[in-house]
Design a protein around this ligand. Structure first.
Ligand code: ADP
Ligand code: MG
Length: 859
């Protein structure tokens, strides 16, 4: 058979780059010169038909498969070589190894398998040893050898026991495991010998005393045996591990004795496999029945095979002859066996007529397990360190002698590399662009979706809110209207009946109904507020979800935040509305209450009772139980109501001020109102006049507060008198004037304030209001002046007539002013009569009154 590999005896192909398709060409160049191994003659028929991949039908032997394994950097190398690249570069997918010469030049070698520093023990086993073990189980001999510099991982690859970590187990343990799994305990047997070959002497590692074992070769079959070596039967993995441990211990001991190191000897593990197999069945046809036949039972056969695992001595010893004496001898012997091994393999590969098997004990020992029908794997171990480049190179070259590897010379083609990189870069850029686009699209989609959802929610919410608001307003207006109607009706009825009946009996239920309606409204509002809160929470959780929706959601989050703020605002508004409604209810309740009281008294239904009948409130508060107004006031809280005085909504302000005024009518509430800053707020409303109702009601409230002596001083301190005076001159509305006059009149009753009232124009303002001829105003003016005069008279001890006269003169001077304005005669008379009553029937008062009358007559 013509060899067609690169090693074709000529080497002419060396240096040419091998086309990938021809990678298998180089794997069929060996032809054994050894006699065919015939110790298994009973099984030879089977062997011939075997489909083991490395034999052919004609019995052409397989070749030595060579794998290279790179050890990872160890701790020392990681530090010392940190700034340097490894001396080799592996291209496992191409099964190539580049040995670097320098930074830009390297030599390339091809192997059957290139195992990087990341290759697992399992993979190494499967690639390097498993095919050999399988062929041993099929009845062939096989060898696995590890070759390499000391410290590159030969023992790691072959001999590790992996006791703590089973994934670290080496080829020896894994091979035995595979054999044990595949043989039958009953019919098959496995035995092991463990030897060391040192300085051309074979020692038994299982029996250290046995240190010169001879090799026996069967000249007929070519089988190699070691009759002197210990054979240990292996039943299970555990006993095998024990044996390996024992062998290793003996090896260390033996080497210590010989004053050498393990790395200078070869360790050889021989596994003998004996399997019983059945011969072929023979069918013999009988005479009587052509279809039936007699089957001769198959012939039991025993198939023997051998697996040899060799942890070779460190390759660094090869060709080193600088040593002397024992060292020199040792080096020579190592050199001898390794170079003999190399030469034999070489001779086999080149179909050489002479294979120098006898040159060393190692080659003699391997004779029947190497070449021929035997399957052989060599694993070349190398280290990464650039410092050991020389050793690594020679290791690789040994491998190259064994294997018909191709050393490929490659010029570094920077241009094509640049081109390749550019193409790759372009592809990556395009891919990146595509991904970016997809990402942007997705972000946009999410944004849009979120926007739509938010605006839809907003729309729905606003609609619902508006609807509800309108409904509430309508209902409120409706009930106010009803109340007004009822009020008018009651008034009329009241007048008709001439105060004959107690109307409250008739009116009570009507009011109660209204109150019930308003209460319902209030409940509804509360419900709505809760709904709104729920909606806010929902939006919050939606916001959370949107935030999760990923990158690019910033804008969306911002929008959601705005929406959320909106919701919060809405909620606040709703709450405000609820307070308004409550205060409206308060107001209505109060009015109803008032109405009932008036009807009971037969009064006119005046809304601000504090001015006309201060006693009535005293009576109410003394009556012990809280009015409904006060109860509601407790519910809502004074601060909230006062807050509403500054609301943006004018309606809200009006309602709020009414409520405050009503509250101020009850003495029990006054202190709380003032404490919460109500007085200041009311004065502010008076100052920032905008609406007559607001001003009127505010003045009313101030008037009510002014009944309390402490408050009177506060009003003065806060500039209340000048505000009231301004209002007194501004206002046209008689009810406003009545309230202002009432307030000033109350202040007039305080002895301490007399001087200020006078100097700040309070009295003048009071009298000025007489221009409005409304009797209600006049009576308040009269009350004020009377109060004032009373204080003055108290101030002047011993009833100092002169002083009283002076005051009255002042009153008169002011009176003179309004008399000229043609005041309502009746009003003035009322005023003067009241003064007379209050001041007592003194000469001076008579005098003044007389004077006044005269003045009036004049005009
Ligand atoms: P050799 O038998 O070739 O002298 P060893 O097998 O004793 O080398 O390995 C030397 C050191 O390197 C040991 O500590 C071993 O654990 C470590 N080693 C070798 N090969 C590897 C590998 N592939 N992965 C990790 N450590 C390794
Ligand atoms: Mg070792």
């Amino acid at each position: 058979m013509a060899s067609n590999g690169y090693r074709n005896g000529t080497g002419t192909n060396k240096g040419a780059i091998k086309p990938p398709a021809s990678s298998n060409i180089r794997s069929s160049s060996f032809k054994s010169r050894l006699p065919p191994s015939s110790n298994h003659s009973p099984g030879s028929a089977l062997r011939r038909t075997s489909s083991a991949s490395f034999t052919t039908a004609a019995g052409v032997p397989g070749r030595v498969r060579v794998a290279v394994r790179l050890r990872p950097r160890n701790a020392e190398e990681s530090t010392a070589d940190a700034d340097f690249a490894d001396c080799v570069e592996l291209q496992p997918e191409l099964k190539r190894l580049k040995l670097r010469k320098n930074n830009w030049e390297s030599e390339t070698y091809e192997f059957d398998e290139v195992l990087t520093e990341f290759a697992s023990q399992k993979r190494v086993y499967e690639v390097v040893a498993k095919p050999v073990v399988e062929s041993v189980l099929d009845g062939y001999n096989g060898t696995v050898m590890a070759y390499g510099q000391t410290g590159t991982g030969k023992t790691f690859t072959l001999g590790r026991l992996g006791e703590e970590d089973t994934s670290a187990r080496g080829i020896m343990v894994r091979s035995m495991e595979e054999i044990l799994v595949n043989v039958s305990r009953e019919t098959d047997s496995i035995s092991v010998s463990y030897l060391q070959l040192y300085m051309e002497t074979i020692q038994d590692l299982l029996d250290p005393a046995n240190d010169n074992i001879s090799i026996v070769e069967d000249p007929r079959t070519g089988d190699v045996s070691l009759p002197g070596a210990t054979h240990v039967e292996i039943k299970d993995e555990q006993s095998f591990l024990e044996l390996l441990r024992l062998g290793e211990a003996h090896r260390i001991a033996a080497n210590t004795k010989l004053n050498t190191e393990s790395s200078r000897s070869h360790a050889i593990l021989m596994v003998h496999v004996k399997r019983s197999v059945l011969g072929e069945e023979v069918a013999i046809p009988t005479e009587s029945d052509k279809s039936s036949h007699f089957v001769k039972p198959p012939k039991p056969l025993v198939r023997k095979s051998k697996l040899v695992l060799v942890d070779l001595a460190g390759s660094e010893r090869v060709q080193k002859s600088g040593s002397e004496g024992h060292m020199l001898e040792e080096a020579k012997s190592i050199n001898l066996s390794l170079s003999a091994l190399g030469k034999c393999i070489n001779a086999l590969a080149e179909n050489s007529a002479h294979v120098p098997i006898r040159d060393s004990k190692l080659t003699r020992l391997l004779r029947d397990s190497f070449g021929g029908t035997a399957r052989t794997s060599l694993i070349v171990t190398i280290g990464p360190s650039p410092r050991h480049r020389g050793e690594t190179a020679s290791t690789i070259l040994f491998g190259q002698r064994v294997e018909n590897m191709l050393r490929i010379k490659e010029e570094f083609d920077y241009k094509s590399l640049a081109r390749r990189l550019e193409i790759q870069l372009d592809k990556l850029i395009a891919e990146n662009e595509r991904q970016q686009k997809a990402f942007d699209d997705e972000v946009e989609r999410i944004n849009l979706e979120a926007q739509n959802r938010v605006s839809e929610v907003e729309r729905n919410f606003t609609d619902a809110l508006e609807k509800e608001r309108l409904k509430c307003q309508m209902e409120y207006m409706e009930s106010v209207k009803k109340l007004e109607e009822k009020m008018i009706e009651n008034q009329q009825k009241h007048q008709h009946d001439g105060f004959m009946k107690d109307k409250c009996n008739g009116e009570g239920p009507g009011f109660c109904e209204d109150i019930a309606v308003i209460k319902k409204l209030l409940e509804k509002e509360t419900h709505m507020r809760k709904e709104a809160e729920k909606e806010v929470n929902k939006l919050k959780s939606q916001l959370g979800q949107h935030m999760d929706a990923g990158a690019g959601g910033d804008a969306e989050i911002l929008k959601l935040q705005i929406a959320l703020e909106d919701e919060v605002h809405q909620k606040k508004k709703l709450e405000e509305e609820i307070i308004i409604l409550r205060s409206q209810m308060l107001q209505l309740t109060f009015e109803a209450d008032q109405m009932r009281r008036c009807l009971a008294r037969g009064g006119s239904g005046n809304a601000y009772p504090g001015l006309d009948s201060p006693m009535s409130q005293v009576r109410d508060s003394l009556s012990g139980h809280k009015t409904p107004v006060s109860a509601l006031f407790d519910q809502v809280g004074v601060e909230k109501i006062l807050d509403l005085l500054e609301s943006e909504d004018a309606n809200v302000r009006i309602h709020a001020v009414k409520v405050v005024a009503n509250l101020a009518a009850e003495e029990a509430n006054q202190e709380r109102i003032v404490e919460a800053g109500g007085l200041t707020s009311l004065l502010m409303l008076l100052r920032s006049y905008e609406d007559e109702t607001v001003r009127r009601v505010a003045a009313g409230a101030i008037a009510n507060l002014a009944m309390n002596e402490a408050n009177q001083e506060l009003i003065m301190v806060q500039g209340g008198i000048s505000l009231l005076s301004t209002t007194a001159s501004d206002a046209e509305d008689p009810q406003t004037l009545r309230m202002v006059a009432g307030a000033i009149a109350n202040l007039c009753g305080n002895d301490k304030l007399q001087a200020t009232l006078r100097s700040e124009g309070g009295i003048k303002a009071l009298l000025g209001m007489v221009r409005c001829r409304h009797p209600d105003v006049l009576s308040q003016v009269a009350r004020g002046i009377a109060n004032f005069a009373k204080c003055e008279s108290r101030a002047s001890t011993n009833g100092n007539g002169l002083h009283i006269a002076l005051v009255l003169l002042q009153v008169y001077e002011a009176g003179d002013h309004f008399l000229s304005m043609k005041v309502h005669f009746h009003g003035l008379c009322k005023m003067l009569t009241m003064m007379l009553h209050l001041l007592g029937d003194t000469l001076s008062s008579h005098c003044v009154i007389w004077h006044s009358m005269k003045q009036m007559q004049r005009t």
